[in-house]
Design a protein around this ligand. Sequence first.
Ligand code: MN
Length: 473
Amino acid sequence: MSNKIKYWFVVGSQGLYGDDALQQVKNNAEKMVETLNESGKFPYEIILHQSLATSADTITKIMKDANYHDEVQGVITWMHTFSPAKMWIRGTALLQKPLLHLVTQFHEDIPWDTIDMDYMNLHQSAHGDREYGYINSRLKKNNKVVVGFWQNEDVQQKIADWMNVAYAYNESFNIKVARFGDNMRNVAVTDGDKIEAQIQLGWVVDYYAIGDLTAVVNQVTEKEVESLFEEYKTLYELDYKNYDKEDFDSSVKEQIKYEIAIKKFLDEGGYTAFTTNFEDLYGMKQLPGLAVQRLNEQGYGFAGEGDWKTAALDRLLKIMSGNSSTGFMEDYTYNLTNGSEQILGSHMLEVDPTLAATKPKIVVNPLGIGGKEDPARLVFDGKSGDGVVVTISDMGTHFKMLVNEITAHTPETEAPNLPVARVLWEVSPNFKDGVYKWIKEGGGHHTVLSLSLSIDQIETFAEMMDLEYKVIR
Ligand code: MN
């Protein structure tokens, strides 16, 4: 994360109250921004805009400036006093960055012993918030509204959460997905309109033949492979099981070649997410498994079977969460035990190690599908915690985002014959209603699972994007 990223803090008022009052407004705003930055609660710096928003011309200029300053990820507004909202129409309409209306007041309590009309005129956020909020609502700005005393932890947390969402929103327009091969034959939900995805979400989705990648794989040197293999030995347990050491090592080294080649390919093309398809591996000895997991750990988005929507979403949510406990997931198998119904999530190989509760071990095992050599993969049990599963479905006329609140549990029972990483969770509000709604709404089998992001953040993102969404909780 860069210290170049900034959020502007813009304070609404008007000229009616005189210079002394406006000076007081400015002093209070300075105090507020200074205190917020010093709290250590925010991932990025808040900058107080030096122009008070007291006229239409000033407000329009501030918002136009916010648009073309690339380091500005969003604008936070605060109505210290009343600020007539016709002044805000042009600037607000022109603003192309996320907007947060902080509904708060400088002092926490009403000072009953001393309050007079001067005090009320200076501290009339309740009045100003309604005037300003009306115009945002009428302009369909889909802005975030955070309500409460600005020094309270919950208010600060909401602002911090919004900052991470706003940053991801801006970065969404820089996401480029490389598809190695097309979508899996016959599969419906992973397909969709790539042009619409670029128009609406900013995602560039490019196709490459698997041969374009194997050409890079073939350039990887023995020295590069050996050096990374040594690193693997310090990071992971190598679980040889019944494998001959030579066969095992050679399988792992094949994945190391893929890791180096895919990373090189992506970085050279400016791609931050990718897809593979086990049906399209001509010239590859294995399906990339361990290689994908290693790249996930480094923050690259991914989804299997050519699912570019989920790959881009994975990258997006990794940006939003700082690549913490967030990764590509597939709803695989139900546990229907009455009263403790759960979903077991996993994939053929590619489960994201940022979700690991246990130290991953490298396992080589045959892959029942695809007819390739036995691929190496990282095997681990998933973390516990509250979080979300998110997906995007193309409904033909528009995209729909679905998000379900979940609680993950680290599996307690061994599964000695399962050669993949596993994540186990319960859905909200309960198994039957949660699963029913997901299926009725057309939610897919591929998701991004995050134990770092909240429903509120996903909802905020969908609103910023003006995306249809359904929340299941
Ligand atoms: Mn899949």
